[in-house]
Design a binder for this molecule. Structure first.
Ligand code: ASP
Length: 449
């Protein structure tokens, strides 16, 4: 079996194992203490495995992003063309996020998941009023300390500059600062003396090769890590709430799939002029990792190596478009924010005029830029939008959707990551690169000559 087939098989196995645990141990109609104890011990083991895999991925992000950007820029030896590259990238991000939001808005208006026969869904309302305080508490605990609202957008440039260069290397959520410091270093290297450039550049080039190799090693553990993450999620997703919110769940999933399987392939075909199937195949490992981790940031190392090694996109484009994309371009998240806000309004019987829906579109576009690439991060943005359009008493509804957030988060993260990768292909093709010329298999060797 090929590596991606291992990952896919372990994901399927994890769903089966997780579902069995869910049904027998966690949500059985007559909970048996012994069973519940077995269930929670197994969940703890899955969590342990999943956490190790996530930490390994996160561990490699900082050196990978730094060395890729430095090598991508300084390797070319010229600064001409960067403004053009930046312009195209931002235009792509804005356009595709807007399209994603409009897809979500259309689907939620057609299917109205919060209503039954034109009226707010009574069963959902009852569930909320019975557990009002618990849901409101859940959401406030989740929001505490999370970043990602308007402040995150308006302070974009402030967040970009670290107090101290080393701060940029300190934590994964300092991605913008890391990109800024890397860009400065890459551009600066072009202007220093040849002697200085050669030694520093050679060092970073070697380091970059090393981080890619370590990424490949980490991917060997992906089948096990993915098993832990997916089994834990499946075992813990509350079945009764999932059934109660089934229509909402299906509407979100359908809208995300339309964006992933219709809009993105059309962009690839008609804007970039490449075969969408080849691109899906090239990004297979990244898609599976994004789905299991629900974090675009943790997936970044795999997205970068898949694009370079399988799709053949240059270091220059990959290193510029992807780290930025993982932080600011979130099509799936933007779409989800819009659907979730509309759902909250429907459940609470709040009238959403055309003007208010327009406001939701703009706010979803802006806040998706500030949302961090970590699990459940969009809940902050949803709370902010709901508050800004003036929907009263919405905390409990948001708390309720938090209960089924993880599977939807996994799907929207896969969409986020895929859109970033399509952006890199679009930009690379427009720069005259030849990408996706053939069907590349995973690189099997350990690396080096
Ligand atoms: N989990 C998403 C990501 O990492 C963000 C979100 O929508 O919550 O891309």
């Amino acid at each position: 079996m090929k590596p991606w087939q291992w990952i896919l098989s372990s994901m399927v196995l994890a769903i089966i194992v997780g579902a069995v645990i869910n049904i027998t141990c966690v949500v059985s109609m007559e909970p048996d203490l012994e069973f519940n104890r077995v269930g929670s011990s197994l969940i703890a083991v899955f969590d342990y495995i999943g956490t190790i895999f996530m930490k390994l991925l996160k561990m490699i992000i900082v050196p990978l992003v730094f060395t890729s950007i430095v090598v991508g820029i300084a390797g070319l030896g010229k600064t001409a063309g960067f403004a053009r590259l930046g312009g195209k990238t931002i235009a792509y991000y804005a356009m595709t996020s807007l399209i994603a939001i409009l897809v979500g808005l259309t689907v939620v208006n057609v299917f109205k998941p919060g209503l039954v026969d034109g009226k707010p869904n009574e069963a959902i309302l009852k569930q909320i009023s019975d557990n009002k305080d618990a849901y409101a508490d859940k959401i406030s605990t989740k929001l505490a300390g999370q970043d990602g609202g308007f402040d995150a957008v308006t302070n974009l440039f402030i967040r970009m500059i670290p107090e101290n260069v080393f701060e940029a290397f300190g934590a994964n959520n300092k991605m913008l600062a890391l990109i800024f410091v890397s860009l400065l270093t890459g551009v600066g290297l072009i202007f220093i003396s040849k002697k200085g450039r050669t030694s520093v550049f050679g060092f970073f080039e070697g380091l970059n090769e090393l981080t890619l190799l370590i990424t490949r090693w980490i991917m060997w553990l992906a089948p096990i890590g993915v098993f832990g993450l997916v089994a834990e999620t499946t075992a813990q997703t509350g079945l009764p709430i999932l059934l109660l919110l089934a229509k909402y769940f299906l509407v979100v999933a359908a809208a995300l799939l339309i964006h992933l399987l219709v809009v993105m392939p059309l962009v690839l075909k008609f804007v970039a002029g490449v075969n969408p199937l080849k691109h899906f195949y090239a990004m297979r490992n990244a898609l599976l990792t994004a789905f299991s981790t629900a974090s675009s940031s943790a997936t970044l190392p795999i997205t970068m190596s898949s694009l370079k090694e399988n799709a053949g996109v240059s270091e220059r484009v990959t290193s510029f478009v992807l780290p930025l994309g993982a932080t600011v371009n979130m099509d799936g998240t933007a779409l989800y924010e819009c659907v979730a806000v509309m759902f909250v309004a429907q459940v609470l019987g709040f009238d959403m005029s055309f003007g208010t829906q327009f406001t939701v579109v703009i706010l979803a576009l802006l806040t998706s830029v500030g949302v961090a690439g970590v699990p459940s991060a969009s809940l902050v943005a949803i709370t902010i939008i709901v508050y800004n359009v003036g929907i009263p008493n919405a905390e409990a509804v948001i708390g309720l959707i938090l209960a089924v957030d993880r599977p939807l988060d996994m799907t929207r993260t896969a969409v986020n990551v895929f859109s970033d990768s399509c952006g890199a292909v679009v930009v690379a093709k427009s720069e005259g690169e030849s990408v996706l010329e053939d069907w590349k298999e995973d690189v099997p060797e350990i690396g080096g000559d």
